[in-house]
Design a protein around this ligand. Structure first.
Ligand SMILES: C[S@@+](CC[C@H](N)C(=O)[O-])C[C@H]1O[C@@H](n2cnc3c(N)ncnc32)[C@H](O)[C@@H]1O
Length: 308
């Protein structure tokens, strides 16, 4: 059967049909079988994304065809997210190294970075930004690249994630102003550190949701996904402590995904602004330092009751 697959286009078409029929989850980067098939075929052949259209009709050597088929089979059999097979993810119009050391970059926060957080940050120059729970470093590094000269700090609990973040810092040549710290949320930051902008995509999936996720998610670190019975264990601590690290006119942006419902039920009085994205609301909120500070006692009470 594979003898009748001759060209690059043949293999992309065949791959798309195979992936579509294999019951896979496409939630990690691209959201459909055709885009994933294209990614995997080009990667297996060592071709760039912007290959000339005429190349699509080029015939493959038997060993090239086999390399493509093997990669498609790994995606199907082992349920590995396609980005982990290619090793590269696009985020905020930038390429990042991506592998099982950290989550696949996919946060809609990329859209905010490209819009320079307008209108939530006005035209004031930023002096320093923080990416908490940085994983591959994609959010903080993208902020640094899109804001030349801005110092950015990154924090993650996972040493593996931080080795990947270090590789991405080097890839984007921002090592002179992007610092990575290992530890629990704000704990590892230098004394007196203050930020105009704190951005975080922490883990926010409930334990029950985690158990029911498609097989692809088992290739990602659990520490990056699961955050307790209602998904809020990390986000609540972050909201409690952020006022100590924000400048008086600073802004906090946090992604909590589906845990938005639990958060608004728990703290209906917290004046969070739920942001709109091109695809609608995505469980990402913003709040200023001034609006957050008065709610600190209540947040401390809730965290203490949970032993956080
Ligand atoms: C949802 S992933 C996000 C990664 C990255 N920011 C992104 O958007 O792709 C959450 C990250 O938080 C880290 N993490 C979990 N708990 C943490 C904590 N208490 N302090 C710091 N980082 C934590 C995990 O290791 C993981 O890399």
């Amino acid at each position: 059967m594979s003898d009748s697959l001759h060209t690059i286009i043949d293999l992309i078409r065949y791959g798309a049909s195979r992936l579509a029929g294999a019951g896979l989850s496409f939630g990690h980067h691209s959201d459909n079988a055709l885009d994933e098939a294209r990614e995997l075929v080009l990667h297996a052949l060592g071709l760039p994304h912007d290959y000339p259209a005429a190349i699509g009709a080029a015939r493959l050597l038997p060993e090239e065809r086999q390399a493509v088929l093997d990669l498609l089979e790994r995606r199907i059999r082992e349920r590995i997210p396609a980005v982990y097979l290619t090793g590269l993810a696009m985020f905020a119009e930038l390429a990042f190294k991506s592998d099982a050391r950290a989550l696949v970059p996919r946060s809609p926060i990329a859209e905010l970075i490209l819009a320079r957080f307008a209108p939530w940050l006005d035209d004031r120059p930023l002096t320093r930004a923080l990416d908490l729970c940085t994983g591959s470093g994609c959010i903080g590094i993208a902020i640094a690249v899109h804001n030349p000269g801005l110092p950015v700090d990154l924090v993650d609990l996972s040493p593996e994630a931080l080795t990947l973040a270090a590789e991405n810092i080097a890839l984007h040549k921002v090592g002179d102003r992007v610092r990575a710290y290992r530890g629990d949320l704000f704990a590892p930051l230098p004394a007196g550190a203050r930020y105009d902008l704190i951005v975080s995509n922490p883990p926010y999936i409930t334990t029950a949701e985690y158990e029911a996720l498609p097989a692809e998610y088992a290739h990602e670190p659990r520490l990056g996904l699961e955050a307790g019975a209602d998904g809020l264990d990390v986000a609540l601590k972050l909201l409690r402590d952020a006022p100590d690290y924000l400048n008086p006119s600073g802004l906090l942006v946090v992604e909590v995904g589906e845990a938005e419902r639990a958060l608004t039920a728990l703290l209906p009085e917290l004046p969070l602004i739920w942001l709109d994205f091109s695809v609608g609301q995505m469980g990402i909120c913003a709040i200023t330092a001034a609006d957050l500070a008065p709610h600190r006692p209540r947040l401390a009470e809730i965290c203490a009751a949970r032993g956080l």
